[in-house]
Design a protein around this ligand. Structure first.
Ligand SMILES: Nc1ncnc2c1ncn2[C@@H]1O[C@H](COP(=O)(O)OP(=O)(O)OP(=O)(O)O)[C@@H](O)[C@H]1O
Length: 575
């Protein structure tokens, strides 16, 4: 089409005539003139940002460039030799990454298809990237769809890439310097670029979700595990923390973030373990609320939420934490002090692992013997017997020193003075100044004081839960997401002792594969509070006439969970 005809067509569109252009192209032409004040006869070359501006744009888009790189590389391999060029622009339209054939680099540069070109509509006029940013949809801007006369030889197909919070993060554009006249010649380019954008969103969501559940969807079981179409990232209670564009569409209108998965799908968070890879793909069906279904693939958190990198675990002391910063600091001190025969006082709430640490210190020390005295109800004869024992270098563990009967304090002081081969390692549930010990004794016990954090303040609770579970059972027992979330939210006034006991109870009550919310004993502090009357499963089943779908809806879980609970409760339908 001649340049003059192109200019005249733009004029006709501005006058309100329909010329057969796509609606978004006509709308863009109008914006170019009416909002951006552009002249249809313009022939301006592409706008290139300065080197320092480009550095800023690239720095801000660094994470996206990283997430997109392998997808772009594989896309470029698919179109190699066909004169396509790939541009990744940021959400403002500035090209921050580029793949093109070196042979045409001068032509590409002249056409503005290069690093640093700015393809926002207000600078470049109607173009693939600019229209994609405005419409937030994949578009092809083919030849004289472009506004003005500078870019009418190009064919540009662009797809938006959204971050996991639903914000436009980048645009992936595939352009041709010279293309066949029919616009439909770019249909394949459209399919390539939209698939690549979907994969970049998926890669980005996966990289962000190592500490959360991910649920991926596909319409076909064959592609579910290898190339899913959509994905959401979920917290332990099933709330959406992030999503890919396609998953947003699946969730329908409204805000996706923060919604619970069971509000949208016929699926509860407790069903996620049933959708993991150990089940055949065909069985991993996710019923949709509109009666349809997709195949689902749930991926459990790979690293515990908020647990930092674990410290070295090569000794009995270092292995007591999964990377909690306070614990790591205290254990670092303990490891250094272990081989120095100074008296240690270990403080902390009941059950925080003081005795365990004292034993670990002994193991890491050079002491040969180990004596353990529980100070509550301690008798004088026991101290006397110790005073008579052979003088072998030994650790003297004094548990709960605050319970030491007051009359025994001078005797214990005398024992320590007379037996320098005994290295006292003392535990206390109260702070040193609350022990009620005379200063003479306290100074002989507290050469260094180590204070262990309460479990509710530790960041490695998920690691501790998994470790204790693994130690307690050789079977592959998992915590359901809601059970895990409930445990993470507890106050743990009994600390590690309480955690250990709760897991013992839960293991005994569970079906041996998954520990459900209902398998957990009530937290101690809630036992005294009047409990909310809760409808029993049996009662709900009767009220719903044993209709599983109704029961599942009422309880907000899916049918397989109900069937599991019925089996476990040993309930039988009425005959
Ligand atoms: N790092 C750990 N990993 C697993 N279990 C632990 C750990 N630390 C402590 N425990 C378990 O927690 C329970 C309480 O530990 P410990 O007896 O060391 O606590 P404590 O602080 O000395 O308690 P108290 O002051 O009430 O005597 C024990 O059953 C112990 O096995």
């Amino acid at each position: 089409m001649h340049e003059q005809q192109h200019v005249e067509e733009i004029g006709r569109v501005l006058d309100g005539h329909c010329t057969g252009r796509d609606g978004f192209v006509a709308a863009s032409w109008r914006r170019c003139v009416e909002q951006h004040g552009m002249d249809p006869t313009r022939r301006e070359p592409a706008y290139i940002v300065t080197d320092s501006e480009l550095r800023d744009h690239r720095a801000q888009a660094e994470w996206m460039i990283g997430a997109a790189r392998s997808s772009l590389q594989s896309l470029f391999r698919q179109v190699a030799g066909q004169n396509y060029v790939l541009l990744l622009t940021d959400a403002k339209g500035v090209c921050v990454d580029f793949f093109g054939d070196d042979l045409f680099v001068d032509d590409l540069r002249a056409a503005g298809l290069y690093l640093g070109s700015n393809w926002s509509e207000d600078l470049a006029g109607t173009c693939g990237v600019g229209s994609c940013i405005v419409t937030q949809e994949p578009v092809t801007v083919h030849q004289d769809d472009h506004f003005g006369n500078a870019h009418t030889r190009l064919s540009c197909t662009a797809a938006p890439i959204f971050d996991s919070l639903g914000q436009l993060a980048a645009v992936l554009d595939i352009s041709l310097l010279r293309s066949p006249a029919p616009k439909r010649s770019q249909n394949l380019a459209m399919s390539l670029v939209t698939n690549a954008a979907r994969r970049v969103e998926m890669a980005n969501l996966m990289a962000e979700s190592r500490r959360d559940w991910v649920l991926r969807f596909s319409a076909s079981p064959e592609f579910l595990d290898v190339d899913p179409e959509a994905a959401v990232r979920l917290d332990g209670s099933g709330r959406v923390l992030g999503y890919t564009r396609a998953a947003g569409k699946l969730f329908g209108a409204g805000d996706v973030l923060g919604r619970r998965i069971d509000e949208v799908l016929d699926l509860s968070v407790d069903d996620l373990p049933d959708l993991m890879r150990d089940r055949p793909t065909e069985e991993r069906v996710v019923p949709l609320r509109d009666g349809g279904a997709l195949f689902g693939h749930a991926i459990a958190p790979q690293a515990p939420r908020s647990a930092p990198r674990p410290v070295r675990r090569d000794g009995p002391i270092e292995g007591l934490t999964g990377g909690d910063p306070t614990m790591s600091h205290v254990l670092g001190q303990a490891a250094r002090l272990a081989s120095v025969p100074v008296p240690l006082l270990i403080c902390g709430e009941t059950g925080t692992g003081k005795t365990k640490l004292a034993q670990a210190v002994h193991m890491a020390s050079k002491a040969q013997g180990f004596h353990r005295l529980d100070c509550g109800g301690l008798r004088a004869e026991v101290l006397d017997a110790l005073a008579q024992a052979a003088p072998v270098p030994a650790t003297l563990l004094l548990r709960r020193i605050e319970e030491l009967p007051a009359p025994l304090a001078p005797r214990l002081t005398a024992l320590l003075d007379g037996a320098p081969h005994l290295r006292p390692v003392t535990t206390s549930c109260v702070a040193p100044d609350q022990t009620g010990l005379p200063d003479t004794l306290l100074h002989r016990l507290a050469g260094a004081t180590l204070t262990l954090p309460a479990l509710r303040h530790r960041q490695d609770l998920p690691w501790l839960m998994d470790r204790l579970l693994r130690r307690k059972t050789t079977d592959d027992v998992r915590l359901s997401p809601s059970a895990r979330a409930a445990l993470l939210g507890r106050q743990w006034t009994g600390n590690l002792r309480e955690l250990s006991q709760v897991l013992d109870v839960a293991l005994a009550l569970s079906d041996g594969r998954v520990i459900d919310l209902t398998d957990l004993p009530a937290p101690l502090q809630s036992l005294s509070a009047p409990a909310e009357p809760e409808e029993s499963l049996e009662h709900i089943l009767e009220a719903c006439g044993w209709n599983m779908s109704q029961v599942a809806r009422r309880l907000g879980v899916n049918r397989s969970t109900i069937l599991r609970r019925i089996r476990r409760a040993g309930l039988q339908p009425p005959t």
